[in-house]
Design a protein around this ligand. Structure first.
Ligand SMILES: *Cc1c(COP(=O)(O)O)cnc(C)c1O
Length: 370
């Protein structure tokens, strides 16, 4: 049961309804509901401009976009990926009949450790699928070096990265393809939604065929594509949401700064350090409960819940521990020790534009133990 005093890890931002009405009236009048109509085209252009990326292809959600990105580059065999993510990352591989090979994470970025990738490459390896965890950059240079040396593709699960920048560029611009999510729980939402970012017109065209059953024209089908299209309602909402994203990220920054200040004084609670050349989107606020804290992680997690504060243990359990993955040699616990340590320490605390300072105080007080 939802209680109005409860505080959840996120509360999706929605614009005032009035701002959406003119678009809805246009959709109702035109009866153009989907299939790459006006709002879809306009939203793709607006996103490419906002993100500063060459090409954007909209999707109904990021999971379909991940599945399609792998199809687009004809990835097969084995793909090296991280256990520390949302299950959709590895599921997209299984949906393509690809063997996921898990490699441990870097304790600093919490993303796939580029220095361990090389040792996991076999003749069947065709790609690397890292995640920019919490919207913070994976080691994009290290990853690219390995990929170039071994002739591998890189598809980034960039689901958390909306608005985050690295070295002056959108974090969604690295690798061969990057996949964004606009799910309700993300920094930027269209209820459900996603996109693939790519770097040339031919690749965009292939992605657009693949997301529309493989249709190249009315009578030509060039691939066994899927239905991954974003509809006009989602695209119209996205255009309105884009007007608010700057303000939303600014409000998140204020909340993150207050948490930083509070937790710097609490023994046994670790927070992520800032990375160089990085402009965050403050999409998540993870804390890490270590041995210096009076409670173990799950005890703090329960204490928060008893107080009506619903943090989330992103990402626990690790993907490699779910039944469809755990039998693999690369899923063995001793090869993924950093990921296990982090997954057993993390709690993501509430952070969203409308989180009041009073509610944030409630969260801090529980963690502080008063
Ligand atoms: C949310 C998320 C996804 C899935 O996105 P959907 O749009 O819900 O399909 C994939 N990967 C990561 C890391 C995510 O957080």
């Amino acid at each position: 049961m939802s209680n109005e005093n409860n505080i959840y890890v996120t509360r999706p931002f929605l614009p005032p309804l009035g701002e959406l009405m003119p678009s809805l009236e246009r959709i109702w009048k035109s009866r153009d509901l989907t299939n790459g109509a006006m709002f879809h085209q306009e939203f793709e252009r607006a996103l490419a401009l906002y993100l500063g990326v060459p090409y954007v292809s909209l999707f109904a959600n990021a999971t379909l976009a991940l599945v399609t990105a792998l199809q687009c580059l004809r990835i097969s065999g084995e793909v090296i990926t991280t256990p520390y993510s949302f299950v959709a990352t590895a599921h997209s591989l299984l949906w393509n009949g690809i063997e996921p090979v898990f490699v441990d994470i870097d304790p600093k970025t919490l993303a796939l450790d580029a220095s361990r990738v090389e040792a996991a490459i076999t003749p069947r390896t065709t790609a690397i699928m890292p995640v920019h965890v919490y919207g913070r950059p994976a080691d994009v240079e290290g990853m690219q070096r390995v990929a170039d040396n071994y002739g591998l593709k890189i598809i980034y699960d960039a689901a958390h990265t909306f608005g985050a920048r690295y070295r002056g560029e959108s974090l969604a611009t690295f690798g061969d393809l990057s996949v964004l999510s606009f799910h309700a729980t993300k920094v930027f939402n269209t209820f459900e939604g996603g996109a693939i970012v790519c770097h040339d017109a031919q690749t965009k065209q292939r992605i657009d065929f693949l997301k529309n059953f493989g249709f190249a024209d009315e009578v030509t089908v060039v691939a066994s594509g899927i239905n991954g299209k974003m509809n006009e309602f989602q695209a119209a909402l996205g255009l309105v949401q884009l007007q608010h994203i700057g303000d939303c990220i600014a409000k998140r920054a204020v909340i993150a700064a207050r948490y930083d200040e509070a937790f710097s004084k609490i023994d046994g609670i670790g927070v992520l350090e800032m990375l160089p050349d990085y402009v965050p989107n403050y999409s998540y606020y993870p804390i890490f409960v270590d041995a210096g804290y009076p409670l173990v992680r799950d005890a703090l997690y329960s204490r928060l819940r008893e107080a009506g504060i619903f943090g989330r243990r992103y990402f626990y359990p690790l993907i490699s521990d779910f039944p469809m993955y755990r039998g693999r040699p690369s899923a063995a616990k001793n090869t993924l020790s950093v990921a296990h340590r982090v997954a057993n320490a993390v709690i993501c605390l509430p952070i969203y534009p409308e989180l009041s300072s009073t509610d944030q105080q409630r969260v801090v007080r529980i963690v502080r133990g008063d």
